[in-house]
Ligand binder design. Sequence first.
Ligand code: TXA
Ligand code: MG
Length: 375
Amino acid sequence: MTPVPAEAAKNIKNAAGLTNKMETLFCSIGKDNPKASNDVFKKAAEIIKGGGLVAFPTETVYGLGANALDRTAVKKIYEAKGRPSDNPLIVHISSLPELKTAAKEISPKAEKLIDAFWPGPLTIIFKKNDIIPFETSGGLDTIAVRFPENPAARYFIRSCGLPIAAPSANTSGRPSPTSAKHVLSDLNGKIDMIIDGGSAKFGLESTIVSTVGDEITLLRPGSVTTGMLESVVGKIKIDKTILVKPDENLRPLAPGMKYKHYSPLCNITIVKGDRDKVIKAMAELAERAGEKGEKTGIITTAEDRAFFENRGFELLSLGRETSPETIGAGLLRVLRTCDDLHLSSAFIKAFPEEGIGLAIMNRLKKAAGYNIIEV
Ligand code: TXA
Ligand code: MG
């Protein structure tokens, strides 16, 4: 398929309400056989080699890619996203030998993690090689590397023949994009191209661990859970800010986790406690907000849905509690939908903070600005 400017893309204003400055190519590809869309990847590689920006699908969320070795190209990522320049980027590779370009030392424990989880939704932090500019590492002497499993992501990186620096392809502060449509709504007119490869499989940003120093430290929870990591390398350290609210005295080890993140404009409230009390409280809170004239939503799992039906709230479906990965896969999309529907407030239950639930609650608490009601 030959890349063409998206019809839909032409008149959409981006999230900041700015008028488009450049034409963004929007190209859909087959989900499992990227080779069938060879022209799209050829064009994408041309753009990357020329110092431009291409958004691409991965199994976690969409990434906004640039040549990781080109400081001028990397600066454009920060501009397009409105991202603070001290927030480092992840370098994406499509084969193991490429890791040596970015990383200076690979510890035995890091080797074990690579064997167990790459390609996949795990980002590993190493000491940075000199060839990677400080613009890519946000001024740090460490570098985060990820080897995605998504075939389109790998084909894209391979076609470029370069390590690809890529943060999530959203405007800074908005929820990460799990579809190409989300990218378009944030970055249309600000980047050169979007490769549409369908919905992201996991829908949560990658797990991040640091392997610099003696211990393995978890900096961001994700679909590779603490239990999965510990079954490979033994006990790991968990950055405290994953478990408690960060503040001036307790800063996250991943610079990006200190910013108000994953957050919709809609006020999200998390309700925590026994199931029966929680659903009753959610309905009451939504009713009260509705009486004040607020447009209110309930974010519900399949298990609780019947309780909230036909009561005048906007109902947003979020997966099934018996398969927590469906909740992970839908969470960021649902947060965006709250804004698409112009809701002023929305209520959601707390999930158990174990397994993938740790990542779900980490994103949810940030989205809610730590607004949690216990019942
Ligand atoms: O799933 C993902 O990881 C997606 C896809 C596109 O790969 N990318 C992503 O990137 O979520 P980003 O930039 O939105 O989040 C990366 C996080 C930020 O919080 C950043 O501060 C942290 O990783 N980070 C990157 N390099 C780091 C480093 N050297 N040390 C500590 N934290 C680092
Ligand atoms: Mg991000």
